[in-house]
Design a protein around this ligand. Structure first.
Ligand SMILES: NC(=O)C1=CN([C@@H]2O[C@H](COP(=O)(O)OP(=O)(O)OC[C@H]3O[C@@H](n4cnc5c(N)ncnc54)[C@H](OP(=O)(O)O)[C@@H]3O)[C@@H](O)[C@H]2O)C=CC1
Ligand SMILES: O=C(O)C(=O)CO
Length: 294
């Protein structure tokens, strides 16, 4: 019985993944074509319906942390699914979050606007300890990001299904970082009612999924001054279309879904350990709760 890496990556990216997976799983036969021999599927955008065509499929391991598009497949077989929990990915997300929070905290967008006008003006600078960073979602990635921000001196506040209070987070945070999974409960959470509950002049950093944000509501909140800035790494439709208003909005910073990019080498080590757990009949790490949607 085989392991199959089902993906729609470029040939180069697929080769890098196969090399890393084969090095991490020397005892397994790993191919890329769906086959009746496939018992374990490692998936990176497998394409709808492909998993349903595998009669002996017993376990799906996602190469991504977010499984929203995988769970969207109406024919997804009812086998255990694990999402990726990779310390390398968490470290990258912590760095990206710190970069964006420091960019906002140190008022780089305001100084960039001043530079465009040739304006030399020093703005009052609050200390990190005076800034509260609120995390929507407080899982693997947000936890790592919050630890790094606390080490710099920021106050942090997390909201998850198990802890924190959304109203408190919205009303008291200066910068709100979204690291929720995209589910039926979280889709559109960053919309007009949430923006209205935020502190006037708060900023948002969306590093999770584009569909968490209601795009027109965001533009309206920025234009009205309710929000000061939005850093957006993810979009409802990716790549972001050339004519999209986000590209040219002066209070929006766009990055092309790069906050944390799965590294095939570190991910393969994690995936190999999970496959060993599955083969030993043990609970896999990152088991997806389909009902909760993540
Ligand atoms: N931009 C990028 O490059 C990348 C983006 N991502 C995105 O980051 C997301 C988060 O990843 P990760 O940290 O690993 O995920 P986790 O599953 O570890 O964390 C998710 C967190 O969200 C909370 N949550 C889920 N549903 C709700 C809800 N309805 N209400 C309140 N809280 C909720 C969970 O609560 P609880 O703790 O109570 O379960 C948990 O704290 C991914 O789903 C993906 O979309 C991931 C990688 C790269
Ligand atoms: O792992 C994920 O969910 C990603 O978004 C990778 O970029």
């Amino acid at each position: 019985m085989a392991v199959t890496f089902l993906n729609r990556l470029s040939p180069d990216a697929q080769s890098r993944w196969l090399e890393a997976l084969r090095a991490a799983l020397p005892g397994e036969t790993i191919g890329v074509e769906p086959s009746p021999q496939t018992e374990i599927a490692i998936v990176a955008n497998p394409g709808r319906g492909v998993l349903a065509s595998l009669p002996n499929l017993a376990f799906i391991q996602s190469a991504w942390a977010g499984v929203d598009s995988l769970l969207d497949d109406p024919d997804l077989p009812r086998v255990p699914i694990a999402r990726l929990i990779d310390p390398g990915l968490s470290a990258q997300m912590a760095q990206a979050t710190a970069a964006h929070v420091l960019y906002l905290h140190r008022q780089v967008p305001a100084y960039a606007a001043q530079q465009r006008r040739g304006l030399w003006r020093q703005l009052p600078q609050p200390s990190a300890a005076e800034r509260r960073i609120g995390f929507l979602g407080y899982g693997e990635l947000a936890g790592a990001a919050a630890n790094l921000l606390e080490s710099i001196g920021f106050q942090t506040y997390g909201w998850s299904r198990r802890l924190g209070d959304l109203d408190t987070l919205l009303a008291t945070s200066d910068i709100i970082v979204n690291l929720l999974p995209l589910t039926d409960h979280t889709r559109g959470i960053l919309s007009a009612p949430a923006f209205a509950r935020m502190k006037r002049g708060a900023a948002i950093v969306n590093l999770a999924r584009g569909a968490h944000v209601v795009e027109e509501d965001l533009i309206a909140a920025l234009d009205a001054g309710q929000l000061s800035h939005a850093v957006l790494d993810v979009f409802e439709a990716e790549p972001l279309e050339r004519k999209h208003p986000f590209w040219s909005h002066p209070q929006i910073t766009v990055t092309p879904h790069v906050a944390a990019i799965t590294d095939p080498v570190s991910a393969s080590a994690v995936i190999a350990a999970n496959i060993a757990r599955f083969r030993a009949g043990q609970q896999v790490e990152g088991l997806v709760n389909r009902k909760a949607g993540y």
